[in-house]
Design a protein around this ligand. Structure first.
Ligand code: GLU
Length: 290
């Protein structure tokens, strides 16, 4: 097969649990797509969340994917080793004056939403993933903000989405392999967190930076991340990075219609392996959950 320099896919799991059949499906789709297009498949470990990620899960990711027959280049990029690159991207966004510190706890946000639920004229805004951040810290006066920062109150950094879209001032598009050209609608997710309280990056930021650094051409991932793609396109633009092409595959579900989750022990690759299923029987097994 002719080697193409343009197609590069990635499977990017978080080592916060054992991989399940849905991950096997996603990893194989990425792997097969790269091979069919004469491209390259890579593995990336998304371990910025040191509270949830564990080395033993990282090892089991390698073991499970090897068992599935996948091959990838080494060394594997681990996000926890690249906080300096995410900090550089944050600096750039800060320079655009579109970020604000958010001191809210989950409880503050919950209370605010309950409050506005009681006042019909303040109905909280909903996105496809539920109620969006009600903007409590977006409207803090600069005095209050300065005081809170001086007091060292832990804070996240959120993007002021309205301000960002005004700054961009043009429609942005991205391509989904199934649904075609899409206009990015980041308002769907509201003021997304870009640096967390407990570590100086977020899922969205690190993924966009890494997909660029690793020259990923096609991001193939579950349809639960469809709306993330809208936002990540905006982030690419703000950071001056090229767009990638996306594909969102169906999620595997159990007979009762529930999504497979890392906590379901019966469908982890580890348990499937132990039950005597062979790697080339995985595709048939996947079909039972699609
Ligand atoms: N690390 C993410 C996860 O395990 C996947 C991120 C992505 O594919 O963009 O769900």
């Amino acid at each position: 097969m002719k080697q193409s320099t343009t197609t590069k896919t990635r499977f990017a799991p978080s080592p916060s649990g054992n991989l399940h059949l849905g991950h096997a499906y996603s990893a194989k789709l990425n792997y097969d797509f790269a091979r069919e297009h004469g491209g390259e498949f890579i593995l990336r470990i998304e371990d910025i969340d040191h509270l949830r990620c564990k080395p033993e899960f990282e090892q089991s990711i390698f073991d499970d994917l090897r068992w599935l027959g996948l091959i990838w280049a080494t060394p594997v990029r681990c996000q926890s080793e690249h906080f300096d690159e995410y900090a550089k991207a944050m600096k750039m966004l800060e320079g655009l004056d579109i970020l604000y510190p958010c001191f809210c706890t989950r409880k503050d946000i919950r209370n605010e939403i309950e409050e506005s639920n009681r006042a019909p004229h303040l109905k909280p805004k909903r996105g496809p993933e539920g109620v969006i951040y009600p903007g409590i810290c977006r409207t803090l006066s600069s005095d209050v903000r300065t005081k809170k920062l001086a007091e060292g109150i832990p804070h996240a950094l959120r993007i002021d989405m309205e301000k960002a879209m005004k700054l961009i001032n043009e429609p942005l598009y991205w391509t989904d392999l199934k649904t075609g050209k899409q206009e990015a609608d980041p308002a769907l997710l509201g003021d997304v967190v870009l640096a967390r309280k407990d570590f100086p990056a977020s899922y969205h930021l690190s993924v966009v930076v890494d997909d660029h650094i690793q020259q990923i051409s096609h991001v193939i991932r579950g349809e639960d991340l469809y709306y993330a793609s809208h936002f990540q396109r905006v982030l690419q633009h703000l950071l001056g990075l090229n767009a990638v092409t996306y594909d969102h595959h169906s999620l595997l579900v159990t007979k009762d219609g529930n999504r497979l989750a890392k906590r379901d022990k019966s469908i982890t690759i580890k348990s499937i392996k132990e039950s005597g299923v062979l790697p080339d029987e995985i595709n048939d097994l996947v079909q039972e959950y699609l």
